[in-house]
Design a protein around this ligand. Structure first.
Ligand SMILES: NC(=O)c1ccc[n+]([C@@H]2O[C@H](COP(=O)([O-])OP(=O)(O)OC[C@H]3O[C@@H](n4cnc5c(N)ncnc54)[C@H](OP(=O)(O)O)[C@@H]3O)[C@@H](O)[C@H]2O)c1
Length: 275
């Protein structure tokens, strides 16, 4: 059986991420929230964990929770950025916060492009005639991830002693068409290719597209209640009622194991079920 927690991992892999700046978008709930909780315990003293989402109250709750446990033990600074990544002002506010993080002494930059939305899955391709609607979806789900990644890498350029790793939280939808999910599939496919190009351009960088599997989150709830395609909707409903959804903790554990082992080809698309 696969090890599910960092403590069960093989002794050959790194045990932590060192002194890091770790940025997680979409940290207010779901996968990003679980990731923040798990990774906090794996950051060395002097690290900074930057939590990004629109829901400031949920980010503050998480920050307080971490302050009372792992972060305090680890001398970790947890900062919240309340930002709507659908707009350039939101992306800029994250970059401002990153700029204020002192780079000296850091041995790891970790960026998790996790925030995403499902878009309107209640309609089929033929009904998407409004360019503004499509642009708005792509602005958040594609453009913001590209511009945020580029800007943060620009703030922390390659130097000896600094490992830089970029994670794109991907999906099966990046490689498989799902009827009535045109925006989501398009966005995920574009993001995967974007990060593959980045991996080609920057061989020193570690880049991974991680498909976390079907997760029991608000996004999945929307999928099983709103999907227009009846076969797809039924399969989501069945997955939920038959207990086939993964917990975020299960999937986060696998991602963390992959990152600590660090032997994936940069730019790869890795799926929870193939690891
Ligand atoms: N759930 C699944 O079955 C599944 C399967 C495969 C892949 N994934 C991928 O896994 C990742 C996490 O999904 P999840 O299921 O955890 O989703 P979720 O529960 O819907 O959480 C999405 C996160 O993104 C944030 N977010 C949404 N819109 C935002 C915006 N405009 N600006 C900033 N932050 C925004 C949300 O926070 P606020 O609302 O507070 O802004 C929240 O923290 C996504 O990339 C998703 O595509 C999920």
């Amino acid at each position: 059986m696969e090890p599910e927690t960092p403590s069960e991992m093989a002794p050959s892999q790194a045990r932590d991420f060192g002194r890091a700046l770790c940025v997680i978008t979409g940290a207010s709930k779901g996968f990003g929230w679980s990731l923040a909780r798990e990774i906090a315990a794996l950051l060395k003293p002097g690290s900074v964990l930057l939590l990004v989402a629109r829901s400031g109250d949920k980010l503050l709750e998480l920050q307080a929770d971490l302050a009372s446990s792992e972060a305090r033990k680890a001398g970790l600074l947890v900062r919240c950025v309340v930002a709507d990544l659908a707009h350039k002002e939101g992306v800029e506010s994250v970059i401002r916060e990153v700029r204020e993080t002192p780079g000296e002494g850091l041995d790891h930059l970790l960026l998790f492009n996790n925030a995403a939305s499902l878009g309107d899955v209640s309609r089929y391709v033929k009904s998407f005639t409004d360019m503004a609607e499509v642009d708005s979806y792509l602005s958040f789900n594609v453009s913001s991830a590209l511009c945020l990644t580029s800007s943060i890498l620009g703030e922390f350029p390659q130097r000896s002693g600094l490992r830089r790793c970029v994670v794109n939280v991907s999906s099966l939808c990046a490689v498989t068409p799902f009827p009535s999910w045109v925006l989501y599939c398009t966005g995920k496919a574009a993001r995967d290719m974007m990060f593959r190009v980045l991996a080609e351009e920057e061989p020193e960088l570690r880049v991974v597209n991680y498909a976390p599997g079907p997760l029991d989150t608000d996004m999945h709830l929307q999928a099983r209640s709103s999907t227009a395609d009846p076969n797809m909707r039924k399969s989501f409903v069945d997955m939920h009622s038959q207990g086939q959804l993964l917990t975020c903790e299960q999937s986060v554990a696998k991602l963390i194991k992959v990152l600590l082992e660090d032997d994936y080809p940069s730019g790869a698309h890795l799926d929870f079920y193939d690891l």
